[in-house]
Design a protein. Structure first.
Length: 451
């Protein structure tokens, strides 16, 4: 009897446990549903929220220069095509100041020359356009080459600027003694007026071929019937060997005047790239948006400012470029295959193997379940056999013997349950049958005549 009570208590405990688990699952399901509704509502408000305007300050170089004018046009196009990004353009002195302002967090973006020293936290966004080393001389000055500058009055950019240092790069390569050239440090506009007035023989400058002030100089010289000529930097390729940040470019014949033409032929010159940089701490989404607009709206920009056609992705494989900002890199890599696309075949193989393993595990589990079911069925058949024998038993001793056999069978089944040889569901069916057989034995025992 104690064994029977133990089986009943075990079955009751397991039933209570299942009921408790069911309640816990219902509560967890309700909580999950509520959280899902809250998350959906919050997501809807997040998606439809008013975008927060992000303004980036750009150090664009001196007023009226190509970099300044280009960035002004970029700011207008960004305002038209972005829902959250705006650019504030400020005039600055030169690349060195721009880098200092960028490091001091006075500006968020800056236009600099590619040969400007930068700190480790500076990141590139795009190459904007090339600046050419240009020596423009009066034809009556008799300057036919770089060495012809000796003894001549030459205006060079203001002291301390990047362009000022560029002149001395040429002087160093061509071995021009500093005292041999009557150089005068002067802003370009003042130098242009002095050149046209005959107070200078030549001007050295570093500008793009579409610089507005440079074009104005040639227009004024044409109106005054004062012919100007270019002095070729014929050894530009050799200069770039010693100074890798400088490249070599061609100034096409007739770039500034087709009637002359000026230049009179295609001329070689040293070139330095003008690039757009930022700090690595600037928001990647904002930089990605700016990069997208620079390239996807290039036609709009080019119509506004011809130099925009020269905007390109930095060539980081050359090893001399400033590292790319994560936001710019995100845009440049937009068409490159993702990790999943690049590894589609090995991933497909892994998925196939996983599916095969899963199928094998399911088959093994099914086989185990069948084994457990067959085992509990065999125990149930033994109980049914005990019930059949109890119905035909003719003595109290036979009945007690059958009852003892039944309790021994119960002990066997309980041990099988503990070792997972039978399932809980199978044990429940066995318990119900056990109670029925025990009741049948009790009734049969009551039917036998007492001695």
């Amino acid at each position: 009897m104690e064994t029977g009570s133990l089986a009943g208590e075990t079955a009751q405990r397991r039933a209570n446990t299942r009921s408790k688990l069911l309640r816990q699952r219902l509560v967890a399901g309700a909580v999950f549903a509520v959280l899902l509704v809250v998350a959906s509502v919050a997501g809807w408000f997040w998606i439809n929220r008013e975008p927060q305007i992000r303004e980036l300050v750009v150090g664009a170089g001196p007023y009226r220069t190509d970099s300044y004018e280009l960035m002004r046009e970029v700011a207008d196009v960004v305002a038209r095509h972005s829902a959250f990004l705006r650019l504030k353009i400020v005039a600055t002195s030169d690349s060195s100041y721009n880098i200092s302002a960028l490091n001091a967090e006075k500006v968020d973006l800056a236009t600099i020359r590619s040969d400007t020293p930068v700190l480790s936290d500076v990141r590139a966004v795009a190459d904007l356009f090339p600046d050419y080393f240009q020596i423009i001389a009066r034809k009556d000055a008799g300057i036919n080459g770089i060495s012809g500058l000796i003894g001549k009055r030459v205006a060079i950019p203001p002291f301390g600027t990047d362009e000022f240092r560029s002149f001395w790069i040429l002087a160093d390569h061509y071995d021009l003694p500093a005292a041999s050239v009557k150089w005068i440090a002067s802003p370009f506009l003042d130098a242009a007026k002095a050149l046209l007035a005959g107070e200078l023989d030549a001007i050295f400058t570093v500008r793009s071929l579409r610089d507005r002030m440079l074009l104005d100089l040639f227009e004024d010289s044409s109106l005054k019937k004062l012919p100007l000529q270019f002095v070729e930097v014929g050894q530009a390729a050799a200069i770039s060997i010693k100074r890798p940040f400088l490249g070599t470019g061609i100034i096409p014949q007739g770039t500034f005047d087709g009637s002359g033409p000026t230049p009179s032929r295609d001329m070689t010159s040293s070139v330095v790239k003008r690039i757009l940089v930022t700090r690595d701490t600037i928001d990647a989404d904002a930089i990605a948006e700016l990069t997208r607009i620079l390239f996807e709206n290039r036609l709009d920009l080019t119509i506004r400012f011809a130099l925009a056609s020269a905007i390109t992705e930095p060539n980081i494989s050359a090893g001399l470029s400033v590292p790319l900002h994560d936001g710019a890199l995100r845009y440049y890599n937009r068409d490159r295959p993702s990790f999943l696309q690049e590894n589609a075949e090995p991933i497909a193989l892994m998925v196939t193997l996983a599916a095969m393993m899963g199928s094998g595990l399911l088959a093994l589990r099914s086989r185990l379940n069948n084994s457990q079911k067959n085992r509990i069925d065999s125990y149930n058949y033994v109980l049914l056999d005990i019930a059949d024998r109890a119905r035909i038993a003719q003595s109290e001793a036979d009945i007690r013997e059958l009852r003892d056999a039944m309790f021994k069978l119960l002990e066997t089944v309980v041990r099988a349950l503990d070792t997972d040889e039978v399932t809980e569901e199978g044990f429940q069916s066995f318990s119900l049958l056990f109670e029925s057989v025990r009741e049948a034995i009790r009734e049969r025992l009551g039917e036998l005549p007492t001695n």
